[in-house]
Design a binder for this molecule. Structure first.
Ligand SMILES: *Cc1c(COP(=O)(O)O)cnc(C)c1O
Ligand code: SF4
Length: 451
């Protein structure tokens, strides 16, 4: 731990992290002699990212326990997302027990973890495709839009809600294309001019760390120059998966800084929204990148996804939030895991979210306390996890209203079936009883029959 403190460019609060050595990559035999300049290079990180079982075997075959790679083979065959993981994350996995590792669990599927999908799940459970007003432009809330600029990421998260669009085609899913270019930006700008009530743009992906510096500049400046736009956020998982982007791609960092500065001049807030789920993702390079962004005056907020076996205990969540707050990566949201196919094993019940929230609130400054939200099934958007109309814990069904999106329609969150009793599960498996059960729950929520 002393060694960690010595290399840490940033003061830490709370418990020391278990993954914070100065050269984590040296644990991977093939990188034992790799110099820091290479590992620090975002281009090298991307070129060296692992996308196949063979690639994984070459790097960690000698470290992982017997049976692990076979388990990954089975996991990949059934997964809706392709695999892609950066060396940065790969080096932070504890390979002596990868089954339990929180990073492995988020990025590398294993067959032994397969759990049947929830009957109410679907690939696009948030119905973004329904609310798309242009290809890649989602307009669900009155004054904000989500602009999906590209369909690639430095990594592919198993839990991705955009698995209908993001990533290379796998055996399971043929992806809808989101590619666009300059023509797409012009269409988006025309849409915004025609809809002056929109004042807030989330620029997402994929992951905006994959946009070239010129893309950040072009999109950012065009948005900031629209007089109506007050807030622009660039969404990127880079602080978790590729902090080297901030440390080695000067042009990209300068573009973001310039857009931020221009925004400040014009009364428009520009921020980076990132996505760290577990303290083990915070490495020396993350610490350094956080310091650079802070010193450049770039606001960074963090969104996490609550995942079973990753961060669903008060201890891990509290540790994570204190680390994020100390780095000024301000905790913004903790999402319950969406009801998406193929990753049921990562979902928690709504009850777990409520209990974790209750346990951690008060342990840090109120403005660093994230709101726990459900992005509810049916396209109702993000709702405070506590704001359900009715929560039937026996059947694992929570009913929400979303007056701004649609005052009449009910929206849902469904607990994983594995958290329910055998009797409740048998009701779920019978389509007739399931329909009657859902109808009863809607009535109790005050949202019954509306033919
Ligand atoms: C999440 C999201 C936003 C931004 O919502 P905030 O609650 O302001 O972070 C905007 N549009 C869509 C479609 C979204 O999913
Ligand atoms: S980085 Fe974001 S968009 Fe890309 S796979 Fe992960 S969750 Fe999905």
């Amino acid at each position: 731990m002393l060694e960690h403190a010595a290399v840490s460019p940033w003061p830490l609060s709370g418990q020391p992290l278990h993954q914070r050595d100065a050269a984590p990559w040296r644990r991977i035999p093939a990188w034992a002699d790799l110099d820091e300049a290479t590992f620090r290079d975002a281009g090298w990180q991307l070129r060296s990212s692992v996308r196949s079982l063979d690639g994984l075997a070459a790097l960690v075959g000698a470290l992982a326990p017997d049976g692990f790679l076979e388990d990954v083979r089975a996991g990949l065959a059934a997964a809706p997302m392709a695999m892609r993981i950066t060396p940065h994350l790969l080096a932070s996995v504890v390979w002596s027990n990868p089954w339990r590792d929180p990073i492995r669990r988020q990025f590398i599927p294993v067959g032994s973890e397969l759990e049947a999908d929830h009957p109410m799940g679907s690939l696009d459970s948030l119905e973004e495709e329904r609310d798309a007003v242009l290809p890649g432009l989602v307009h669900r809330y009155p004054d904000k839009v989500l602009y999906l600029t590209l369909d690639v990421c430095p990594v592919y998260c198993r839990f991705c809600t955009r698995s209908y669009a993001v990533g290379a085609d796998t055996q399971e899913v043929e992806k809808a294309s989101l590619a666009g270019g300059r023509g797409r930006l012009d269409q988006v700008l025309a849409y915004l001019r025609a809809h002056p009530q929109v004042v807030d743009v989330v620029v997402s992906g994929g992951d905006t760390s994959m946009l070239p510096a010129s893309g950040i500049r072009e999109i950012g400046e065009a948005l900031v120059r629209l007089p109506q736009i007050r807030r622009v956020r660039f969404a990127s998982k880079l602080m978790s998966v590729l902090p080297q982007k901030v440390l080695s791609d000067q042009a990209w960092l300068d573009a973001l800084t310039e857009v931020t500065r221009l925004g400040r001049e014009r009364g428009c807030e520009v921020a980076l929204h990132t996505h760290i789920n577990h303290p083990a993702e915070i490495t020396v390079h993350t610490l350094e990148a956080a310091k650079v962004l802070w010193q450049r005056g770039i606001t960074v907020r963090n969104q996490s996804v609550l995942q079973r076996g990753v961060n669903d205990t008060p201890e891990v969540m509290s540790h994570l939030l204190r680390e994020l707050a100390s780095l000024h990566l301000r905790p913004y949201y903790v999402y319950t895991h969406d009801v998406v196919a193929g990753v049921e094993v990562l979902r928690t019940s709504l009850r777990t979210a409520l209990e974790v929230e209750k346990a951690v609130r008060g342990s840090i400054a109120g403005f660093d306390m994230p709101v726990f939200v459900c992005d509810v099934v049916g396209g109702g958007g993000k709702r405070d996890a506590h704001s359900f109309e009715h929560y039937d814990e026996r059947m694992g069904v929570a009913v929400f209203r979303s007056p701004v999106v649609d005052p009449e329609r009910p929206f849902f969150y469904f607990d994983p079936l594995s958290s329910l009793s055998p009797e409740a599960r048998s009701i779920w498996s019978d389509p007739e009883r399931r329909g009657a059960m859902l109808q009863r729950i809607l009535e109790r929520a005050g949202m019954g029959v509306r033919q």
